[in-house]
Write a protein that binds this ligand. Sequence first.
Ligand code: TTP
Ligand code: MG
Ligand code: MG
Length: 424
Amino acid sequence: MAVTGMERHIVHMDMDTFFVSVERLMNSKLIGKPVIIGGMSDRGVVSSCSYEARHFGVHSAMPMKMARALCSEAIVIRGDMDAYTRHSRVVTEIIAEKAPVYEKASIDEHYLDITGMDRFFGCMQWTHELRQRIMKETGLPISCGLSVNKTVSKIATGEAKPNGEMEIPDRQVKNFLSPLSIRKIPMIGNQTFHLLRSMGISTIGTLGQIPMEMMDSLLGKNGIVIWKKANGIDPTPVVQYSERKSIGSERTFQRDTMDVAGLHDLITSMVEKLAFQLRKEEKLTSCVTVKIRYSNFDTHTLQKRVAYTSFDHVLMPIARELFDRLYQRRMLIRLVGVRFSGLVRGVQQLNLFEDTSEMVHLYLAVDKLRRRYGSDSVKRASGIQLHDLEERSAQSQLQKAVPSPEDRQQIDNLKNRRWRYWYR
Ligand code: TTP
Ligand code: MG
Ligand code: MG
């Protein structure tokens, strides 16, 4: 636990134009050119873009159509999540080897708590050496910030980019933050930004000077956190990252079973629920584990590393394949389980390069219904005829919330998709 009054030394590191940099490592012709990674169709969105493309106004999450219009000479590349996941792991391994405490915050971002290092080395020297080492060993550019807490260090990284490092000692925190746009505070999204702008607040310095009570009445608890950040206060700790930290689900049967089709269905629905939980918490997984226990209590697990994802249509076949490889003995099973580990923060758009914002919208629509009517409300029909399922669910439907006409329409639309969903 942090000792009060003791100054902390927190490093934030973030890869520069991460997906683009990995592509450049694989194809040096891309160096120095405007490069955009994202969905190839007009309905896709930009995941990552080089600084050369940013000069034309292109940025992450922009519709691809607009990006192409702004920068017609850009080289557009469909992403390769396997490659990005591999390089992300290598960076994490280097950091893990050196840092006393580190948190993997997203696919290309880490926080390190190096408090106490100053007694042995200069903290900035140590940070500089680690950054050089990462660049040398991976061939990828990375920027970093060193300061007294996570918020200030992350903002410092942003200011140091591209390819830079910045130290903001305690006594300089206020001066550093003061002239910056309120947009630079990581918690401030579009809505909050416009609300504060409409009140004439544009810099962090101004934000920090308004009474805290006003932020409280304006934005509630979040308002206070934002106000504190604007004043350079952020006590949140660096939480040690563990590959093993996971979410999972298990089922022990009342009567042991050999019904493979039924077990497949159960695994499918476990994956579906867990993946929904990932998306709800804005996380991605990079490892799937399946477990079975035979009636004689012999227990076996098998796991597979995967490219970062939170999509059930990606995770389901992997879980089923693991189950099929595990279930080799024609013996009764008493338990099955599915677990996702190697979790980081991230949203599903991240690994959607094929097309289609349609797919993202499908997930968003399904997840919205689930949040409103319960996580069991919309289910993948996994090969079973839709009308059978509807019949089966006819009775239980009576006890469920009746969807609004708008939602009913949404549900009907979902039924006609390639991946079928049903409402029960
Ligand atoms: P970021 O670190 O936000 O962006 P970046 O690394 O491309 O650029 P910067 O130099 O400014 O850090 O995100 C890391 C990767 O995550 C990015 O390369 C692609 C992916 N990503 C998306 O797929 N969609 C998004 O909306 C964002 C912000 C990132
Ligand atoms: Mg980055
Ligand atoms: Mg990042």
